[in-house]
Design a protein around this ligand. Sequence first.
Ligand SMILES: O=C(O)CCC(=O)C(=O)O
Ligand SMILES: [Fe+2]
Length: 308
Amino acid sequence: MSETIPTIDLTPVVAGDADGDSVVAKELDGVLRTWGAFELIGHGVPAASTQKAFAAARRFFEQPLDARLALKIDKSNRGYAPMHQTVYEGNLPDLKESFNLGLPLTPDDPDILAGKPLHGVNRWPDLPGYREDVEQYFSEMMKLGNRLLGPLALCLGMQPADLRARYRKPIAFMRLFHYPPNSRIEAREHGAAEHQDYGFLTILAQDSAGGLEVRTPGNAIVGVPPRADAFIINLGDMVEKMTGGMFRSAPHRVINRAGIGRYSIPFFYDPDFDSVFDGMPDMSAGQFLLSKFNKFYTYRKEMAATGT
Ligand SMILES: O=C(O)CCC(=O)C(=O)O
Ligand SMILES: [Fe+2]
């Protein structure tokens, strides 16, 4: 088995070929059963949009800590998550900070008014052009996620329309990450300690600093070298669970060895909060995700403890 992350070309879907979904699904199926992660090319996302999102990330984290903390993360998972918020057992807290946003909802949104978890209004710093550039990239991620659902549905033995019917108001979170240099590996301090993503599908862009490492089907850890024209896609635990382990939620980690700050932007594309899947009948997608957030995020434990 090759120990290099596989590559999938989405061109047939992006071009709108009549058999695009099934052509890509044929390539994808084996990859999801073995690696559960791959590089995606031919994705149709304009490079300028990605570059602007990275430029926005740099501007956000260049602000003084006070300005970042003014947007401290709220219970809808939106805002600024300071360093050390994510903890994976046996490791020190992750050495990373993030700006999180979700689906753009307005304060009169019925799910917000009803208090549905993970629904909220996005929070924005006072930086000219920041919101526009970040929202633009978010909408590119929504489009790309939707395109991926076609072949993914076929791999899951579903009709694309049936999977899309569970993505009407998806739990979609994007995180602009900053990783300072010099994590202390010997102390088990990583940028992101080895973990599996929680939900359905992650679309990740990493900058030229690199640092993402994936566990191979042969159980080795290999680096995923930075590549400006590709996204890294991986499945999360929700898919692994609903397929009874047939599709793999790929373990991965981040170690910033670059000696400079590292930026990355994962987009977590997960189904509607109340959606239910045959393979996971006992729990909605939202409840599954929420249980993961509550397990791994310190800020949620603090909120639960203080009743905020
Ligand atoms: O920053 C990265 O490259 C990956 C981040 C990650 O694995 C995560 O947020 O789940
Ligand atoms: Fe991850």
